[in-house]
Write a protein that binds this ligand. Structure first.
Ligand code: ADP
Ligand code: MG
Length: 349
């Protein structure tokens, strides 16, 4: 599995809190005009524009949300940024700044925190994000990381979850289920490794799944694509907890029903083959797996021609009246009521 090949271990106490913050943040460059002051004072200073400001936070805890035995710290840093950016894009906005707060135990040397920040830096460069602040403190055991993302959206372009309308089409970007299967593959390899530390796992058949688990990409490109196509979704949400749970959020909050077609759910060939190998139902995995960070949205029927042939988008269903309920239409043309058995942060041990 992933070993710590970095032999140098510098204690965090050698640098002190301010030395550490300076060391970690010195290479980050400010890109946005709206950032007046970033790291270094008591508070960051942003300037308000005529747009709406979007603010979102996620807290990730070692042992609950990630396992460092197969999640390299660089990937963790990258993913922690992605999960926040994904929420900003799900409002049809653009992410501009983040703050990063960490609590680290003395188990982590400076080199480990540097690796975490390498991932954060990579994400900031790739998505044009300013790191503008945070907090650094100690923890008695594990690692905690909390990121807040700030974004902006033109007032007339913001998209909420509660505005889907009957007859709208239900659309999803990319494909589903791969990140969850990637986690299953990594968990399996961890167990094999615990029994036989000399084993060399061959993960080539699962490369896409593992990439989706360890290096997810927030769909900034889809927000741009929709703008280019001149499609404004009627409602939108990002898929963090599984398709089923997110559809239910849109439908409950919009007071509508939905028919989701099983045969339309986009699946990567590796998802299909790995489900066969693990004896899992690929529809269940797509519905309940989670961590896909794709965008799920509804569009008005008149926009259908604009997205119809787009390879990044799949039309998977349509919105109905609330009284019709939220259903999966199976390949055998049976109607099954959708329930939110999705991955739930509070249930996961
Ligand atoms: P204060 O004690 O006034 O709260 P800090 O000493 O915690 O300030 O932080 C000093 C500066 O460094 C602030 O700009 C803060 O936002 C930033 N900062 C602190 N920790 C981090 C971190 N982990 N990542 C990025 N910036 C940080
Ligand atoms: Mg502080």
């Amino acid at each position: 599995m992933i070993e710590d090949k970095n032999q140098t271990r510098t204690s965090l106490t050698e640098l002190g809190e301010f030395g550490l913050i300076k060391h970690l943040t010195q290479n980050f460059k400010i890109q946005h005009k709206s950032t007046i002051k970033g790291v270094g004072d008591d508070a960051a200073v942003l300037t308000i524009t005529d747009k709406h400001i979007l603010v979102t936070t996620d807290l990730l805890i070692e042992g609950v949300h990630f396992d460092l035995s197969y999640m390299p710290l660089k990937h963790l840093g990258y993913k922690a940024v992605m999960v926040n950016l994904s929420d900003v894009y799900a409002m049809n906005g653009n992410a501009t700044q983040i703050t990063v707060s960490i609590a680290v135990s003395n188990r982590f040397p400076l080199e480990a925190v540097e690796e975490l920040y390498e991932g954060i830096h990579l994400a900031c460069r790739g998505y044009n994000i300013d790191l503008i602040g945070g907090d650094t403190t100690s923890s008695t055991t594990g690692l905690l990381i909390s990121i807040t993302a700030i974004g902006e959206v033109n007032k007339e372009e913001v998209v909420y979850r509660n505005t889907a309308k009957p007859t709208d089409l239900l659309v999803v970007s990319g494909d589903l289920g791969a990140a969850y299967l990637g986690l299953q593959v990594l968990e399996r390899e961890k167990q094999v490794f615990q029994v036989n530390p000399d084993s060399q796992p061959d993960l080539t058949n699962y490369s896409y799944l593992i990439e989706r688990q360890l290096k997810p990409e927030a769909r900034k490109d889809i927000v741009k694509l929709l703008k280019d196509l001149e499609v404004k979704p009627t409602a939108m949400i990002d898929i963090s907890d599984g398709l089923s749970s997110e559809i239910l959020h849109i439908c409950t909050q919009s007071k509508v029903g939905c028919n989701l077609y099983e045969d339309k759910i986009p699946l990567d060939p590796q998802v299909i083959s790995t489900c066969e190998e693990f004896n899992l139902n690929s529809t269940t995995i797509a519905l309940s797996g989670g961590e896909d960070y794709e965008l799920l949205f509804t569009i008005s029927q008149e926009d259908f021609p604009k997205i119809q042939a787009n390879p990044h988008l799949s039309i998977i269903g349509h919105i109905t009246e609330e009284s019709e309920g939220v259903n999966l239409v199976t390949r055998a043309n049976q109607l099954i009521k959708l329930t939110a058995q999705g991955w739930n942060a509070l249930q996961k041990e």
